[in-house]
Ligand binder design. Structure first.
Ligand code: PLP
Length: 383
């Protein structure tokens, strides 16, 4: 199929590799990387990204749900995979069969995993998660020893790691994360004193990696930075300084989202554009239709509130974004033609639109913009 005609996401795996390498250099040899490839690698394609990560020497992958882990296994990935979102007790057979690891917060799941491990003749790797303030998954620190005692009494289980997750690593206020790090340290001490020494410890997401180096410990769990985006504007200067101090090149965006002009027309002054007449031309205008809409993941909330690139120039999106189409005003672009490339985010000529900009305009995070790039948008890999 010719993917060149319409909307596509270009994925630069070289940039992905570069970002991984950058991070590795910065972390040094004491801290390993678990590459988080959940949600189809934040929309970039779980399999190509996982393979690239492994080629680059990453020894652990993070999936969101068990289906994602199984998908990796079915495509020949044999390296360790952690199911970050945990599993239901009725999913243990699949987990054990596919040699996946899971985070664990309850003795109920520990019992189910132990039984299944015994049945399949395997030892199951578990990553105990402690809840240090997210109040989502995890066991509270005061209940940790009761859980590990229970686990100790069960066969076919191995505590491979102790982990936690930060709620506020990209917040202005650093105190919450510092507190979480302290709680984690205390819990690890308790465990060590009880004679349990997990070979891995991991706490840090992207924001924590850059803002809380003391949280690195034995392994970190970067997601967004591998795709070359930043969780919040707070990270801008932090990451820039980080790269400067470590003598690293900047992290590079991996995805560019592009479309093409399918129709170009002259619209007279005072005409309403698209559904519900939310936009009127202020003058005689050149209006282009592009085949990208909210069914492709371009949020309708961005209607009349975003720009795209045409011939290296920023032009406004105009009128309500439809399911399959949107309109842009190209009046200010000379020599524009049907078939011309339109960049939603990415680079064109000297001009760049970052996914962070789109996120800010949509009042959301780069995570959501990337994850929402739809299934019907073909990913074109550039290597
Ligand atoms: C998604 C996720 C990460 C990665 O977060 P980023 O901010 O993308 O680096 C790390 N840990 C857990 C538990 C996650 O769910």
């Amino acid at each position: 199929m010719a993917h060149h005609r319409r909307t596509r996401a270009e994925i630069n795996l070289k940039a992905f590799k570069h970002n991984l390498q950058n991070l590795k250099t910065a972390l040094g040899s004491k801290t390993e990387i678990m590459a988080v490839v959940k949600a189809d690698a934040y929309g970039h394609g779980a399999l190509p990204c996982a393979k690239t990560a492994i080629e680059s020497g990453v020894g652990y992958l993070g999936a969101g749900v068990i289906e994602e882990g199984i998908e990796l296994r079915k495509n020949g990935i044999k390296d360790p995979v952690l199911i970050l979102g945990g599993i239901f007790a009725d999913e243990v057979a699949d987990l054990v069969h596919h040699n996946l690891s899971t985070i664990l917060s309850t003795s109920h799941l520990a019992e189910a995993l132990s039984r299944e491990g015994k049945k399949q003749g395997k030892t199951v790797n578990i990553h105990i998660k402690i809840d240090t303030g997210m109040n989502r998954l995890g066991v509270y620190p005061e209940d940790l020893l009761a859980l590990t005692e229970k686990i100790g009494s069960l066969p076919n289980l191995k505590i491979e790691a102790l982990s936690t997750h930060f709620s506020s690593a990209d917040d202005e206020d650093l105190s919450i994360t510092n507190q979480q790090i302290e709680l984690f340290k205390k819990a690890l001490n308790k465990l060590t004193n009880a004679g349990i020494i997990p070979s891995l410890t991991h706490l840090s997401n992207t924001s924590a990696i850059f803002r809380f180096p003391e949280s690195h410990s034995k392994m970190v769990r970067p997601g967004l930075i591998l795709y070359g985006a930043l969780p919040s504007p707070i990270l801008n200067s932090v990451v820039q300084n980080f790269c400067k101090n470590e003598n690293l090149k900047n992290f590079e965006p991996v995805m560019q989202w592009k479309s093409r002009i399918i129709l170009l027309k002259s619209v007279q002054k005072g005409q309403a554009l698209s559904y519900s007449r939310k936009y009127f031309t202020q003058k005689d205008s050149r209006i282009a239709t592009i085949p990208i809409g909210y069914a492709d993941g371009l949020s309708r909330r961005l209607s009349n509130n975003m720009e795209v690139l045409v011939k290296g120039k920023r032009v406004p999106q105009v009128g309500t974004i439809c399911m399959d189409m949107s309109l842009i005003d190209v009046s200010e672009v000379p020599d524009v033609q049907m078939g011309d490339e339109v960049v939603i985010f990415g680079k064109q000529g000297e001009e760049v639109i970052q996914v962070e900009e789109l996120a800010q305009k949509a009042n959301t995070l780069p995570y959501e913009i990337l994850c929402n790039v739809g299934k019907r948008v073909p990913r074109i890999y550039q290597n």
